[in-house]
Write a protein that binds this ligand. Sequence first.
Ligand code: URA
Length: 191
Amino acid sequence: MCGSDLRELACEIMRCERCRLSQTRRNAVPGEGPADASIMMIGEAPGAAEDLAGRPFVGRAGAILNRALGLAGLNRGEIFITNIVKCRPPGNRQPSGEEIRACMPYLRKQIEIIGPSAVCLLGNVPAKAVLGMQGVTSLRGRIFDDLYLITFHPAAVLRNKDRMELFVSDLAKLREMLSVDHLPRDVKRNA
Ligand code: URA
């Protein structure tokens, strides 16, 4: 299982005891997808289904995410999907600042290894943790630093189905972010 840099990191995450979430999790959820994915998708934290499966977005929020990805013309299998914190907060509460700080080095390392051309931040928790920004309703659909796209968390779309159309149109922007000749990010920046 361990081997490549990304797998090595996943093994480290699965053994992690940097915060108290390690005491209540069943499985850590490092994330999944190709190591050379052009798109990364970052959620908040695993829920009950993800904690059981050890995989991200496999519950109800995952089902709506899969549907929206399909409608946006994206293939989940080509995307690296992970979360800000890799272990489930009990009762599905939001991760605390301390838990986020303990876990962020893993996400930073994943971004460094994968080197994506587009990173989709799903909701307020990833927008705040990665970009220090809050207010998804006004930030959604906007691209920052030529790399990050903010949109709703799929659970917010589940709560209000009227958001589905905007969610799909935001996700479709990820394809546009790649379409600059499919160049890697550093080349795109100098283009
Ligand atoms: N919600 C998240 O933020 N991440 C998951 O993996 C599942 C639900």
